[in-house]
Design a protein around this ligand. Structure first.
Ligand code: AMP
Length: 304
């Protein structure tokens, strides 16, 4: 694996493979790798001939100076983990390379950025994400770019900007990777003290509770939200939001009648964590099962 620092070096390295028709996959990251990042890299390795991982702690998307300063950084460790996962190129530019003097352009997605993370972290957060991801897609021009469902709203924002700006790339969203006890892996987890690590599990429990209740037939989201909030409060974490939303539009849902997403953000001590889980209602499961039955019948009929 080679580590490249400049846009020119990366473009040069990609020119030959691209001309030879090699499929290029990009995994944008901010480093401090864990199994969640590695799952994206491995998926890219399976599907692409050349895998690029970008490692850039993007100052533009941090709304708190302290969070940016204390963001975990260990490039050597990251490089050896990426190499182990079969990554070909690690693109690790410095801030001046990405935002040279005079940089004056912002990519701003409206609507879905204005709720949840956007409402709590401020407009600049998703502007920072959208701008840097657009730049990375322009720089590497991959066939496929990989993102995690862990950051569900970010994944939707990226899907929207790619569609709106006609960027010729396929966006693949990979499932959230969790610790053995269910906590969603996050680079910020290393900041949790032992007691906080236990408290953080309340986020997982709150989502699981909502999923269980939805699966058992509950439809009024207000009731599910109240129960989830009380689980979080009981654990002593500072909840910023717990919402049940439409998984495409992120609009709040009052009555479950199809797939929905439960989303949570909370502070555990000084560390802000987010997580989400798809809710499947009893009726969804019945519909899925009967559709599966119907398609099995069709294919059986077709093969006769
Ligand atoms: P980050 O370095 O936190 O910006 O994350 C880089 C990419 O990894 C993003 O697309 C994240 O959504 C994804 N990611 C982070 N944590 C996880 C996880 N636990 N499971 C799957 N993907 C993740």
């Amino acid at each position: 694996m080679r580590t490249l620092r400049t846009i020119a070096e990366l473009r040069t390295a990609l020119r030959g493979p691209r001309a030879a028709g090699v499929r290029i996959g990009l995994v944008p990251t901010m480093g401090a790798f864990h199994d969640g990042h590695l799952s994206l890299m491995r998926r890219a390795r399976e599907e692409c001939g050349l895998v690029v991982v970008s490692l850039f702690v993007n100052p533009a998307q941090f709304n708190e100076g302290g969070d940016l300063e204390s963001y975990p950084r260990d490039e050597q460790r990251d490089a050896s983990m990426a190499a182990e996962a079969g990554v070909d190129l690690l693109f690790a530019p410095d801030a001046e390379e990405v935002y040279p003097p005079g940089f004056a352009t912002t990519v701003s997605v409206s609507g879905i950025t204005e709720v949840l993370e956007g409402a709590h972290r401020g407009r600049a957060h998703f502007d920072g994400v959208a701008t840097v991801v657009t730049k990375l897609l322009n720089i590497a021009a991959p066939e496929i770019a990989y993102f995690g469902q862990k950051d569900a709203q970010q994944a939707l924002v990226i899907g929207r900007l790619v569609r709106d700006l006609n960027i010729d790339v396929e966006i693949e969203i990979c499932p959230t990777v969790r610790e053995h006890d269910g906590l969603a892996m996050s680079s910020r987890n290393v900041r949790l003290g032992a007691g906080e690590r236990q408290q953080a599990l309340a986020l997982t429990r709150s989502l699981q509770l909502a999923a269980r209740r939805a699966g058992a037939g509950a439809t009024e989201t207000e009731q599910l939200i109240t129960e989830a909030l009380s689980e979080l409060e009981h654990a002593g974490v500072q909840t910023e939001y717990f919402q049940i939303v439409n998984s495409q539009t992120l609009e709040p849902i009052t009555r479950l009648n199809g797939p929905a997403l439960a989303v949570v953000a909370a502070r555990v001590g000084n560390t802000r964590l987010i997580d989400n889980q798809q809710l499947t209602t009893h009726t969804d499961r019945l519909t899925t099962a009967s559709n599966a039955g119907a398609s099995a019948d069709v294919s059986a009929a077709g093969s006769q």
